[in-house]
Write a protein that binds this ligand. Sequence first.
Ligand SMILES: CC(C)(COP(=O)(O)OP(=O)(O)OC[C@H]1O[C@@H](n2cnc3c(N)ncnc32)[C@H](O)[C@@H]1OP(=O)(O)O)[C@@H](O)C(=O)NCCC(=O)NCCS
Length: 341
Amino acid sequence: MGDRHVSMIINAPPERVFKLYTDPGRAREWLSGVREVRATGPPDQPGSRAVITYRWPFTMTAEVLGAEPPHLHVQRLKELLGLVTCTTTARFRPVEGATELGLEMDYRVAGGPIGRLFDGRVGNEMATTVGEDLARLKALAEEQAGQRRVGPGGGGMRMRTPQPATLQGRAVRLRPVTADDAPRLTEILSHPEVARWWGRYDRDRVQRELVDPNDGTVTFAIQADGQAIGLIQYWEEPDPDYRHAALDLFLHPDWHGRGLGADAIRTLARHLFEDRGHHRLTIDPAAANQRAIRAYRRVGFRPVGVLRRYERGPDGSWHDGLLMDLLPEDLTDPTVEGSSE
Ligand SMILES: CC(C)(COP(=O)(O)OP(=O)(O)OC[C@H]1O[C@@H](n2cnc3c(N)ncnc32)[C@H](O)[C@@H]1OP(=O)(O)O)[C@@H](O)C(=O)NCCC(=O)NCCS
């Protein structure tokens, strides 16, 4: 038993993506290994069924459990021998004319202890295959929408880190960092109030770690008042048994103490819970960083414990960190902000 979550931004409206996703006649164009799909009933009506035959000797039945075109589609897939069943929930979220398609797969492998042994492997393979399938679906939808031409590779056959969407908070907006942000981020990090906690950054380090990180970190510029005022980032633990996301951020000192840090964290936290399917988030400020700790508490983070001599500061000495974590039910409501303290 397990679950996996894959999401992707598709530059086409939700109606188009939903139609393509649910159209049995087009499944062969993007679903790996499919030879034939025979459907009984419309794909957006609960109770409709389809039989999916793969190129290798493998057949699945699909039953639509729920559909709200063009926002939601839930179906249960069952391999013919009943060894694998999977409930797939597809959410189509409009994001500035594009669609964020999030796919949650809740699967079960039968077969007692031996089956359980393969559980993780089935899940990982499924997530990889579905990532590849979604990349093909994306290429088809964008081609239809006139957003791109499909070139010789078919358009993205690899599992990719999901592209971050633009996220709207109460007062801040989070958008993907671009190379143009490098000078501004370097400038913000040069302020002693920020450098004290983040360390020294030159343009190269900003480029390497914040503009173009290659360790899976996803970075957003924090926008307010029409300008970039800081950065917030997350990194996801890849081991499914320890799945969580870790956050960090900084703001320009001119914008400290106005609740914008809390706004940015809350906005990203919501995205990580709702769109990335996380059940736990962590953050680990320096134990002496009272402002940060207070801002995180305000969002709902709880202290877990002190990480002794956790990180080396710019002065070369080791200092304590505070591990804090947040579960979805802890996230405070911004409309009653302050009342939770
Ligand atoms: C940490 C940071 C992101 C917080 O964002 P922010 O917008 O300044 O924080 P908020 O305004 O949302 O909340 C700050 C809270 O700390 C309180 N605070 C402000 N200065 C403080 C201080 N010197 N000591 C203790 N608390 C302080 C504020 O009163 C507020 O609490 P309240 O809402 O209960 O009144 C921001 O200050 C920052 O970028 N700091 C420099 C870099 C940094 O420390 N990054 C975090 C690394 S883990």
